[in-house]
Design a binder for this molecule. Sequence first.
Ligand SMILES: NC(=O)c1ccc[n+]([C@@H]2O[C@H](COP(=O)([O-])OP(=O)(O)OC[C@H]3O[C@@H](n4cnc5c(N)ncnc54)[C@H](OP(=O)(O)O)[C@@H]3O)[C@@H](O)[C@H]2O)c1
Length: 350
Amino acid sequence: MFRIEFMQRALYLAERGKGFVSPNPMVGCVIVKDGRIIGEGWHKRFGEAHAEVNAVLDAESRGFSLENSDVYVSLEPCSHFGKTPPCAKLLIDKKVKRVFISCLDPNPLVAGNGVNMLKNVGVEVSYGFLEDKAKRLNRFFFYHIKHKLPYVILKLATTLDGFIADKNGSSKWITNENSRREVHRIRSEVDAVVVGSGTVMADNPSLTVRLVKGRNPKKVVVDFNGKLEGDYNVFDKNCFLITLKGALSEEKKGFYAQKGVKLIEIEKPDVELMLKELYKNNIASLLVEGGSGIAGMFVESGLVNEIMLFVAPKFLGEGKRAFNLSKSFTIEDPLKFDANDGFLRFVLRS
Ligand SMILES: NC(=O)c1ccc[n+]([C@@H]2O[C@H](COP(=O)([O-])OP(=O)(O)OC[C@H]3O[C@@H](n4cnc5c(N)ncnc54)[C@H](OP(=O)(O)O)[C@@H]3O)[C@@H](O)[C@H]2O)c1
């Protein structure tokens, strides 16, 4: 009999891989026999064992046989030889009785083949349990597999009158520590964080994770015309610099090479071009952190999946507005935000 709490446990375990398995999905697996858990596992790091392998090892290391067991797994077991052998085959070899799957794998290399492989040898398979939760958990994965582009979250901290910095360009401490902690948490979950040259010059951010536990994302600086001069905190071997072709002098290129910064040169200032280049560099999720030029161009591209606005109960009267768009619109025909398989969230914070 299917029991929802075991699938909940599999999803809970899957989440432990957050930030470490991209561009792979987070997956958790629980093996049950006689109504109790005999083994569990999750995909811990990209390139390492899949959740099912870890769960099988866990059960066997405690002396359990998997024969006639039930397997709860948050994503369809794989059917192809990738970095590891197919998990569907492993479960067949171990003679499991039933496999309960939360959602099917959208990866064309799997997409139903894992289910078929199991069914063909008589394993009972059913799927669709807590599917919305599983898809939301792996929304970066579902999106990048389908679109071959990174999933984009755009975050800005604004005042109630819609400014992201005061008239002197200062944006420090618009929001409070809780909001900043939330931003650091998201940094630790995405593959890379993007800022524009204006933000680098105004704030000299380091874009690292300091307020929560977690790993640092890669950093991406957009400086189409090579305006940045000299050194900034972001420039190190974890940083990509996006410029237009021919924008940088040989001297600047030498400086960036020596810092370990990876240059990405594109033909024109276009968000889709940038995203394609970043995707080629294994960036499957992005947090865009402004400023207003970058935020404007990203929303105009229609390639933003999620907007997080931290709105502080403060007013500035004048300053830097949140989105610098290339043209204006009317209320009859505004530029609308279409979450593009994603979500819209507003966070009201002081
Ligand atoms: N409160 C917050 O959440 C927050 C977050 C980040 C930054 N900020 C504040 O935002 C300010 C920086 O914003 P910013 O807009 O000056 O710089 P920015 O967005 O950081 O950088 C501008 C980049 O966007 C490009 N761009 C494309 N279209 C643009 C347009 N229509 N207008 C301007 N740039 C465009 C520029 O191209 P080129 O290379 O051709 O110039 C440049 O690469 C700072 O005061 C910073 O403190 C606030």
